[in-house]
Design a protein around this ligand. Structure first.
Ligand code: ARG
Length: 491
């Protein structure tokens, strides 16, 4: 044990580094320090913390709580620190509890007592909520950007395969032939809904908690609305207690990222099927697949499998946060520090996974002949017979029976539906004349599906051009930063 004089000196030093030492007779135990520290993950918020410090300095100046000289000195120090943070030249210190402590320590080291004025009217409780909203609003656009690229790759492949026929499945059993472009475009729709969700989420998240202080606002003549506008928010929070404890914006964000994960996973599963020898519909490019350490012939769809696997992780990020939030009393509770890592993990996961999936999709080579050959197999054209009869006035109930009977006869004869001769057709029903063969081709079946949402080439072409339009709008949104005139060091 250190002698008590040395221990006291150490304690007093630890207290002076923390933001809350005043009332404590002894410093925190090393175990508490280790548990409490968050700089190893929250330092990625440092530039956002600095940005809000810059905005806060502005209102302190407007409230005459800083002189013009003080304000200028603070601004110069902030710009300098911002540049260093962006270049990774400055990081957290050993004794910094969290990102706010670290940023304030550096400013105090550089500005002396003047740096200590920047905490007036602020608490780490409104600071963290503000930093986190700023960060996630920026990341939402980054995620939108990589998703838009994936959509573009899918749109390109879909466009190329509008006229490629393939078997369509229900229950993973051959059901009806479809345009393969239609199959690919369905994934673009799923991601479009995710992108809409991100934009909706962004509008709800554009509320600034800064000015809420620890939980009750501030007695100083600050201007939360001005700060909100400067930080790119639409408004300032109306309830300070809610503002410091609300993490709906994180939960919602994680729901969207989990659902993106689910969509990537479903796409991944299809790529696994398509590239299997059994299907033989698609070939992976060498640069976007892996080999086996023991079986030289193998080419594995690891990207597609990781897409499936990482969906589990993204769902875990969401459920972990919801468990943290459940039953929490208002306002700030330290449990809330556990909100950052799942969100950071979700961002990092999607930012590394999505571009890999994009590359895999863009370079897939499809065997359109093989797909087309199997498209009508398994009596996938049976519905065409029923629909053809309906047009002739036969009630669908009977038409379905008749088509089913055709399937049975074809199976008994070991032939495909279109190979049934006139006699066999008439034997099933007097309604079935040779004209039915016109619809017993994949081409015929696809061409008739012209209505909105149908798999006919005309309809798929219109669908894809609408998707391409909305893809352009997403690319635009992804480049718009939430904070107007943001400094170059942000993010
Ligand atoms: N590091 C904390 C977090 O991430 C910041 C707020 C801390 N506030 C407090 N009163 N200890 O949530």
């Amino acid at each position: 044990m250190a002698d008590s004089g040395a221990q006291d000196a150490q304690d007093s030093q630890n207290r002076s580094k923390a933001l809350w030492g005043g009332r404590f007779a002894s410093g925190p135990s090393p175990e508490l320090v280790a548990l409490s520290r968050s700089t190893h993950f929250d330092w990625r918020l440092a530039t956002y913390d600095l940005l809000q410090t810059r905005a806060h300095a502005g209102v302190l100046r407007s409230a005459d709580l800083l002189t013009q000289e003080e304000y200028s000195a603070i601004n110069a120090a902030i710009e300098q620190l911002g540049t260093e943070l962006a270049a990774g030249q400055v990081g957290p210190g050993e004794d910094d509890e969290d990102v706010h402590t670290g940023v304030e320590r550096i400013l105090v080291e550089r500005l002396g007592a003047l740096g200590g004025k920047l905490r007036a009217g602020r608490s780490r409780n409104d600071q963290i909520a503000t930093d986190f909203r700023l960060y996630l609003r920026t990341q939402a656009r980054a995620i939108a950007g990589v998703l838009a690229e994936l959509q573009s790759a899918l749109i390109d492949q879909a466009t190329e395969h509008i006229d490629s026929a393939a078997p369509g499945f229900t229950h993973l059993q051959r059901a009806q032939p479809v345009s393969f472009g239609h199959e690919l475009a369905k994934h673009v729709h799923a991601f479009s809904r995710d992108l809409d969700r991100l934009a909706d989420w962004d509008a709800r998240t554009a509320v600034s908690p800064l000015g809420s202080g620890a939980l009750s606002g501030s007695a100083l003549p600050l201007d939360p609305e001005k700060v909100a506008a400067e930080l790119g928010f639409e408004s300032a929070a109306e309830n300070s207690i809610d503002a410091v404890s609300d993490r709906d914006f994180v939960a919602e964000f994680l729901f969207v990222t989990a659902l993106v994960g689910v969509h990537l996973s479903r796409l991944g599963e299809e790529v696994c099927l398509w590239t299997s020898k059994e299907f033989g519909w698609a070939k992976l490019h060498d640069s976007w697949s892996t080999g086996s350490s023991i079986m030289p012939q193998k080419k594995n769809p690891d990207i597609a499998e990781l897409a499936r696997g990482k969906a589990g992780r993204l769902i875990g990020d969401l459920t972990g946060l919801l468990a943290t939030l459940k039953g929490l009393p208002f306002a700030y509770n330290r449990d809330l520090q556990e909100d950052k890592e799942p969100a950071f993990d979700a961002v990092d996961t999607l930012m590394v996974l999505t571009p890999a999936v994009t590359g895999m999709i863009a370079t897939l080579e499809f065997d359109t002949e093989r797909m087309a050959q199997s498209a009508p197999g398994g009596h996938a054209l049976a519905t065409e017979i029923a629909d053809w009869l309906v047009v002739k006035g036969v009630p669908f109930r009977s038409a379905h029976e008749i088509a089913g009977a055709c399937v049975k006869v074809a199976d008994d004869q070991g032939v495909e539906l279109w190979e049934l001769d006139d006699q066999a057709l008439l034997g099933v029903s007097p309604e079935l004349d040779a004209g039915v063969r016109e619809v017993l081709s994949v081409h015929g079946a696809l061409a008739t599906r012209k209505t909105v949402g149908g798999t006919g080439p005309e309809s798929v072409r219109r669908q894809i051009s609408r998707l391409a339009e909305s893809n352009k709008r997403t690319i635009q949104w992804a480049t718009e930063q939430p904070v107007a005139n943001a400094p170059t060091w942000l993010g």
